[in-house]
Write a protein that binds this ligand. Structure first.
Ligand code: FRU
Length: 480
């Protein structure tokens, strides 16, 4: 392993070399999951933005391919999406070889940002920029991140959602051919928050017999507060207008610091809605130590709608395919473990830790992950408050950046004395899911010295481990 690979996550997507940020163009085509991403082909800092490309048969083993859409002197290639133009509505392919069409933002050297297209007629391997670019231009310097999808099936039309990032506005357009776009709605609120709105997504989820639409928005406080985060708003969508559900407001999709620019796959089979985020934060993304590559994606997560205390919420779970990489023979069973005495495990660096606990009303639980000497990442649960916290203030000797050390707290759980936790730890990251995915916290952590242990104990009160296991997770296929 080269020095730069020592801290490489084992089961998360990372590029072979160079910088990545947002996932782009997520789509399933004929059995292949495509992940494009913001990529600097020339270095491991942000710049020369292009679309990198990786493919997977199963959402967990990724193979990195050549750069798909490359920057040029005129414009960088910012974030966007890909659709499968099966009926060749754009005329950019043919009936026999329908095109994949990428909608991305041309970030022009002049400072203008407008939406452009690129076309592939070889199932995504090679791309050419459309000669008539840009196809959607508001003469703006912050008009970006088009998410395109099909509404209403064959009889329907194309929808594009993008943002005026500085104005905190989402703009919705419709088109019959992906080239000519008509404005159909603008989503904005009177109280501006001095944020950037970026990378919108819009999709339906079903709950019982009901279809509810989810508007996902990445919001960036830049150098203030907690930096980058992803929110969602539930509503109705009629193919043209998005109307928030009565009483609905923005909810956090993830309560951690490192889940940004999240996007869902177009055309996932069986009606699945699968999301991937960039596992970083603009406040310190460039400071994370990585000599030859920088940046990682979160695990793919499947989204569902759940009802909690009469309210609809989006829940998320790591896709079941992730279990393929688990090393079941090395599984440690934790059922019945005595947490009052405390449990210490030699966990390695990449594993899933799942616990299902029945806690006393005044119980306090602490899990020290990646514990080595004075360093640890602490997950705590306080049953009196129903509150989960992820504390990385002392995760490793390198504090990374002044804005990096932090504590993330999730909304209180509905049931305070029953706790179900799934933690995915992968070298320098923790993804925590609780209460059937009602709560997620995703944080990068500073590399701790080796060896790294897991310690689970009650700091107050007691708890029974109804079920529990620690399962090491092996390497996903190498990125190239
Ligand atoms: C979000 C973002 C997008 C933009 C891209 C540029 O992380 O700022 O708005 O398209 O990154 O790399």
């Amino acid at each position: 392993m080269s020095p730069s690979d020592i801290q490489r996550p084992r089961f998360h997507f990372t590029p072979q070399r160079n910088w990545i940020n947002d996932p782009n163009g997520l789509i399933w085509v004929d059995g292949v999951w495509h992940l494009f991403f913001q990529y600097n082909p020339l270095g491991n800092d942000w710049g020369n933005m292009s679309w990198g490309h990786a493919v997977s048969p199963d959402l967990v083993n990724w193979r990195e391919l050549d750069v798909a859409i490359r920057f040029d002197a005129e414009a960088a290639i910012f974030s966007g999406s890909v659709v499968n133009d099966l009926r060749n509505s754009s005329g950019l392919g043919s009936k026999d070889a329908p095109p994949l069409v990428a909608a991305y933002t041309s970030a022009y050297a002049t400072g203008k940002q407008a939406q452009s297209l690129a076309v592939s007629t070889d199932a995504g391997l090679t791309w050419r920029k459309y000669a008539g670019n840009p196809v959607l231009d508001r003469n703006s310097s912050a008009f970006r991140d088009p998410k395109v999808f099909r509404y209403g099936g064959e009889a329907g039309w194309w929808v594009l959602v993008s943002v005026e990032a500085d104005d905190e506005e989402a703009h919705i357009f419709t088109s019959a051919n992906l080239i000519d776009w008509t404005p159909s709605d603008r989503v904005a609120f009177p109280d501006k928050e001095q944020l950037l709105w970026e990378c919108p997504d819009l999709f339906p989820l079903r709950h019982g017999g009901r279809e509810v639409w989810v508007l996902v928005m990445s919001v960036n406080e830049k150098s203030r507060g907690r930096g980058s985060a992803t929110r969602y708003l539930l509503g109705d969508f009629d193919g043209r207008k998005f109307t928030p559900l009565p009483g609905a407001g923005w909810e956090m999709l993830d309560h951690g610091r490192d889940f940004y620019a999240a996007a869902t796959f177009n055309d996932a089979p069986e009606g699945r809605r699968i999301i991937i985020g960039w596992m970083s934060n603009w406040q310190y993304a460039g400071a994370f130590p990585s000599p030859t590559w920088r940046g990682s994606m979160t695990l793919p997560r499947e989204l569902t709608l759940v009802e909690r205390e009469g309210r609809l919420l989006v829940a998320q779970r790591v896709v079941s395919e992730a279990a393929k990489l688990e090393r079941a023979a090395e599984r440690v069973d934790l059922a019945g473990a005595d947490l009052s005495a405390g449990v210490e495990l030699d966990a390695g660096e990449s594993y899933r830790l799942s616990l299902s606990l029945a806690l006393g009303a005044d119980a306090k639980l602490q899990i020290a992950l990646a514990a080595a000497g004075q360093f640890a990442t602490l997950v705590s649960y306080d049953a009196t408050l129903g509150q989960l916290t992820l504390d990385r203030t002392c995760s490793g000797p390198d504090s990374i950046h002044p804005r990096f050390p932090s504590t993330s707290t999730a909304q209180p759980l509905a049931s305070t004395t029953e706790l179900q936790l799934d933690l995915y730890v992968d070298t320098t990251s923790v993804e925590l899911f609780a209460a059937d995915g009602n709560v997620a916290i995703t944080d990068c952590i500073a590399p701790a010295p080796r060896p790294r242990k897991v310690r689970i104990r009650m700091t107050e009160g007691n708890a029974t481990v109804v079920a529990g296991e620690l399962v090491p997770i092996g390497d996903a296929a190498k990125p190239a």
